[in-house]
Design a protein around this ligand. Structure first.
Ligand SMILES: N[C@@H](CCC(=O)N[C@@H](CS)C(=O)NCC(=O)O)C(=O)O
Length: 212
C-alpha cells in the first residue's frame, strides 16, 4: 500500500493512525504543499480531488480520509474501528464527521490562503477565524464526549474508534493555531491518553520522514 501524505496534513495523520492501529505496512509518498505538488498533473491523475491523503492499494486509488479508513476497516477487520451496534456506529460517525466535515474544512490551507489572498485578511484575522471554528465544533464534541465516553480515554465507550482517530489530529491543529482548549478538558484528556499509544505517536507529524 502507498499513502500519499504530507507530514502536517491532519487528514493524512488520521489515515496514518488507522494504518498503524491495523498493523499495516505502507510506503509513504510525501507531497510538498509549498511547491504545489498536490496540484501537479502527476498527482491529480491519481487523485482528481487534488488533496492529501490518497491511498493506493493494488492499483486502486482512494481519496478522502474517512472513506480510506472505512475501506481499511472493511478489508482488515481487527481491531474494528466502529462499534458492533447501529447506534454506536452512528454516534462514532457523528463525532468523526463533526471534526472531518464541520471543523477541519474551514481551517484547511486553501481556505486560509483564500482569506489571506482574495479576501485580504491579515495573519491575525486568519488565526482568529481558525480558532473560532475549532471552538464552535469542539463545544458540541466536548458535551458528546462527556455523555458517551465511559472511560475518559476514548470519545465513545471504552474502546478505540474512528472518532478517536479524528480527534488527535484536530487537537494537534488546534494547538498549531494557539486555540484555547481550557473549555474542553474531556477532549484534551482523551487526546492525551490516545497520543501516548504507539499507533498514535508513530503517526504524529514530527515523526514523519518529510517533517521539516
Ligand atoms: N475531507 C478531506 C480533506 C482533505 C484535505 O483537505 N487535505 C488537506 C491537508 S489536511 C489538503 O490537501 N490541503 C491542500 C490545500 O488546501 O491546498 C479528507 O478527509 O481527506
Amino acid at each position: 500500500m502507498k499513502l500519499y501524505t504530507m507530514w502536517r496534513s491532519s487528514a493524512a495523520y488520521r489515515v496514518r493512525i488507522a494504518l498503524n492501529v491495523k498493523g499495516l505496512v505502507y510506503q509513504s509518498i510525501p507531497k510538498k504543499f509549498a511547491t504545489g505538488e498536490h496540484r501537479s498533473p502527476e498527482y491529480t491523475a491519481l487523485n482528481p480531488q487534488g488533496l492529501i491523503p490518497a491511498l493506493e492499494d493494488g492499483g486502486a486509488v482512494i481519496s478522502q480520509s474517512l472513506a480510506i479508513i472505512e475501506y481499511l476497516d472493511e478489508t482488515h477487520r481487527a481491531p474494528p474501528l466502529l462499534p458492533a451496534d447501529p447506534f454506536g456506529r452512528a454516534m462514532v460517525r457523528s463525532m468523526a464527521q463533526a471534526i472531518a466535515c464541520d471543523i477541519h474544512p474551514l481551517n484547511n490551507l486553501r481556505v486560509r490562503n483564500y482569506l489571506r489572498g482574495p479576501l485580504h485578511q491579515d495573519e491575525g484575522a486568519v488565526q482568529t477565524w481558525s480558532r473560532h471554528w475549532i471552538g464552535e465544533g469542539f463545544r458540541g464534541l466536548e458535551e458528546q464526549a462527556r455523555r458517551f465516553s465511559t472511560d475518559g480515554r476514548h470519545l465513545y465507550g471504552a474502546g478505540l474508534t474512528l472518532a478517536d482517530i479524528c480527534l488527535v489530529p484536530q487537537i494537534y491543529n488546534a494547538r498549531r493555531v494557539d486555540c484555547d482548549l481550557s473549555a474542553f478538558p474531556t477532549l484534551v484528556a482523551i487526546s492525551a491518553a490516545l497520543e501516548a499509544q504507539p499507533a498514535f505517536s508513530g503517526a504524529r507529524p514530527e515523526a514523519q520522514p518529510d517533517a521539516a
